[in-house]
Design a protein around this ligand. Sequence first.
Ligand code: HEM
Length: 397
Amino acid sequence: MSNLSRRNVLSLGVALGLASAAGVVPAWASTGAQAAAGTDPWWVWDDEVDRLMAGVLDTGGVPAVNTALRPWVNNGDPLPTGLPTDLAAYLQQNNRLPSWADPVKLRRAADFNRRKDTYLFMLYGLGSGIMSTVIPREAKSVYWSAGGANMQDRAAKTFTFGYDLSDLNAFQPSGQFVVTANKTRLVHAAVRHLLPQSPHWRAVADEQIPISNGDILVTFHSLGTYVHRKLLEWRVPMSAADEEAFLHQWQVAIHLLGVRDEFIPKTWAEADAQSTRVLTPLLSPTTEGKELAQDLLGLTAQIDLGVTRGFLNEFVRYVLSDAVGDWLGLPRDYAAAALVRTGWPAYIAFREGLLPIAPAGFYLFDQFIRAIAMLFLNKVSSPTTTPITIPTGNRPG
Ligand code: HEM
């Protein structure tokens, strides 16, 4: 799957903060027996909802389902009317937190997200967001699905997920995350039915059905696991309880996206080891990913970040490594690179009260980080609708 040698995988993993002490060992083994037994995450999808959404798509019912779902926003809202009976019954069953969700940890996670929001916006937006373009399966799926044709709109929808997850009331009845996660689960189920019908996707894909449990775990590592490692690497103060809460929030999130509980890492050590095995070795450039990265960076460049495009490119290289920057063809700006390398650690130290005097470049970084946060916070939807809608087709070509 990857064009990286074992040695390059290790050094890339270290640069991304994704290599664990476990070193690189083969990804989940894919024996026929495991696949048949449903114990291999690469061969597990989301059977019940996949079947329901295939039925809705095949009978032309998506526009009506989207209309019904639009006003359904808060976790505490009753299920909307106008859904097919079987889909309504499915949502009735699944639109709830798992029994093992710990409200105290979720509350702490929400508070942690609030305290560290600027770093989180930065890392999710520029780190995880751009990393998704060098995860080949994700890049190809996103590019060839309907949303790939309009990355501005798609990015806004994806931000909704992060925004709702990071909200102080995310998991409370007045929060929106549980509903957003369920809508996302429906979208993924639709994509599993639609993409195999795309000749363009079929021509480049190395799989027959996209978005397995394994793929979702890979994306989780590019989000939660990556961000956690970066916060540690940047020495952002976090208590053990904060770290645990941050993991717990992600465990609940991927459960709600349909990942089976037995595949979900129980500790950060397990997550790091899994990430080393399944994410780092498959990172690789693709034609689709390069185009998506340019779209995404062009999007952030549209707003005034208070920095040059060269600075933005170098910041991406700083958080994702030069290997990734080279894959994506990000032009070098060595002066900006030096500023980021020396200025960013000092900026964090000052913000966290570990440096008495504001370092040079403080205001530049401050403006940059605030602009990225605003991009993230400018939720495109109104408070009473979420923009996530089920697609009816693929990208035409
Ligand atoms: C749609 C989040 C994993 C491919 C979405 C949406 C969200 C989302 C919020 C709805 C927004 C939209 O319609 O564009 C996530 C999260 C994941 C995850 C949080 C894991 C933690 C994956 C994976 C793949 C994938 C692993 C593919 C390998 C897609 C595609 C769409 C989509 C193709 C539909 C885009 C469209 O046509 O509109 N995802 N996703 N996602 N996701 Fe995911």
